[in-house]
Every structure is written in structure tokens, then in C-alpha cells.
Design a binder for this molecule. Structure first.
Ligand code: MLT
Length: 278
């Protein structure tokens, strides 16, 4: 992995392949390895950037004082990472779940950098009052106890029933990532998600084509909700991934990779600018 200091945090990221830049943004409380079945496949035709967000995976820890306000600091880190990686051309930004919330914050703050937007298993609405209260409870509990309870409870919501039964290696890998995530990072991200803005009104302003992907068996951001999100975007394709739950890219990578590569090749993205960078 490469490393770059962005907004005072050292971010670890994969930078692989050449071609149009596809920036993959992971969900909560995970890291870039949730894209492990995408990176090699997409890098055959694209330049894939897959960071660990601040505090997650191998990126530098968030310190005691760090509070994440909404999703904006993560979005600004991505913009800073593009600068550090020498990317000046429009990119395809692909975020899953919390990564999708971050992609929408990026759309609000850095729209000019977008050549395409991929939203996977996510939502545009803000949390309800009950949802915000649950985020606060999660944050406090993880600070008190560590992430063990999340490693136990989250997989049943993240995967389709068949994945849970038949692919224990995928479930164990995700459990392991959760268990190794710093409790302060999880708490900050949980509170940050509770503070995120409602992006419903932002969707019609998207300046670029979009692809909306959802696992057919996603219970956290179900297909009907994702279809409504796609309908609110000015130029969006909607694709349901068979056999996928909330982590469809891990559960059915062939279908996800096919949809992403076909979307990227449909975009008339300008070639990377010459000059320093890589
Ligand atoms: C995620 O997968 O990133 C989370 O399910 C997002 C959330 O808790 O809203």
C-alpha cells in the first residue's frame, strides 16, 4: 500500500492500474479490503485508488480530540488524496453504504472532480431521530467495550442469508476487520453518520452519469429505496445484484465488476493530464 499525508492524517491506499481513475470508498466499520474482489479486476482497465479512510485499516489513527462532523472530513480527505496522487482529471467515485454517504458529501463539496458516480447499497436520506440515538449508543458502547459486539451483530445484517450459511470465510474476514478497528475511529464515524446531511435535494444536481448498485437481498438499504435514489438522479442506471446483501461487491463480484466496467467504459472521460504525479 502507498501512504500519503492528507489533512494531518497519514492515509494508506492501494493505487493500481492505469486508465480512468476509479476511487473506491469502503463502508462502516471496514477498510479497503472489502473491495478485494474489485481491485485486480478493475485495475486491468482502470487506475484504481482504494484508501483506508482516516482511522480505519492501516491509515493513521484519529487522536483523542478528533471529532468527525458529518461526512465532510472524509470527503475532503478523498479530495486531498487525489491531489497527493497527482490526479487532476475527472474521476469515477464509487462508495458503498457509509462510503456512499461520503460520496454524496464529495458531490456537495467537490462536484467538479466527478466524471461518474457509483452508489452501492447506501441511502441519500439523513438518519431519523431514533437512528441518531442508536448511533450515540453505538459510539458510547464501543468506547466502553471495544468493537466485539459489532463483530457479533453486524454480519447478519451485512450479508445475504446464503452467504452467511455457505461462505464462512467472507463472514470471518469481515468480523476480523471490525475487531481490529480502533474503538475511537468507530465511535467518531458512528457519530459522524448520525450528523450527516440529508442529500435528497442534492441528487438532481449531480453533474455526471451515475450507476446505482444494490444487492437484491440488502436489508439495510433495500432495492426499493435504492431504485428511488436512482430515479432522483438525472442520469442513472439501476442494477440489482443477484445473491448479494449489503456487501454485494464481496458476495457477487462478477456481477458488480461487470456493471462497474460497463459503466466506466460508457463515460467519455478525458485522458489523464500529463505531468508529475505518478
Ligand atoms: C455501512 O455499511 O457503512 C453501514 O451499514 C452504514 C450505516 O450504518 O448507515
Amino acid at each position: 500500500m502507498q501512504r500519503a499525508t492528507v489533512n494531518d492524517v497519514e492515509l494508506a491506499y492501494v493505487d493500481q492500474g492505469t486508465g480512468p481513475v476509479v476511487l473506491l470508498v469502503h463502508g462502516f466499520p471496514l477498510d479497503h479490503t472489502m473491495w478485494r474482489s474489485q481491485i485486480d479486476a478493475l485495475a486491468e482497465r482502470c487506475r484504481v485508488l482504494a484508501p483506508d479512510l482516516r482511522g480505519f485499516g492501516r491509515s493513521g489513527p484519529v487522536d483523542e480530540q478528533t471529532t468527525v462532523i458529518g461526512m465532510d472530513p472524509f470527503a475532503d480527505d478523498l479530495a486531498g488524496l487525489l491531489d497527493e496522487a497527482g490526479v487532476r482529471e475527472p474521476i469515477v467515485l464509487c462508495g458503498l453504504s457509509m462510503g456512499g454517504y461520503i460520496a454524496l458529501a464529495f458531490l456537495r463539496r467537490h462536484a467538479a472532480r466527478l466524471g461518474g458516480l457509483i452508489l452501492c447499497d447506501t441511502r441519500a436520506t439523513a438518519d431519523t431521530a431514533d437512528g441518531i440515538a442508536a448511533r450515540r449508543q453505538t459510539a458510547q458502547r464501543v468506547l466502553d467495550e471495544g468493537p466485539g459486539f459489532l463483530a457479533e451483530t453486524m454480519p447478519s445484517k451485512l450479508f445475504a442469508p446464503a452467504t452467511l450459511q455457505e461462505r464462512p470465510e467472507l463472514v470471518d474476514a469481515i468480523r476480523d476487520v471490525i475487531l481490529h478497528t480502533d474503538r475511537r475511529t468507530i465511535a467518531a464515524a458512528s457519530l459522524g453518520m448520525g450528523q450527516r446531511m440529508d442529500s435528497t435535494d442534492l441528487l438532481p444536481t449531480a453533474p455526471c452519469p451515475a450507476l446505482v448498485l444494490v444487492g437484491q437481498e440488502d436489508v439495510l438499504s433495500p432495492p426499493a429505496e435504492m431504485r428511488a435514489l436512482a430515479d432522483a438522479l438525472p442520469q442513472a442506471q439501476f442494477v440489482e445484484i443477484p445473491g448479494g446483501g449489503h456487501l454485494a461487491p464481496l458476495e457477487n463480484p462478477e456481477a458488480v465488476n461487470r456493471a462497474i466496467l460497463s459503466f466506466v467504459s460508457s463515460l467519455a472521460l478525458p485522458a489523464p493530464a500529463d505531468g508529475p504525479g505518478r
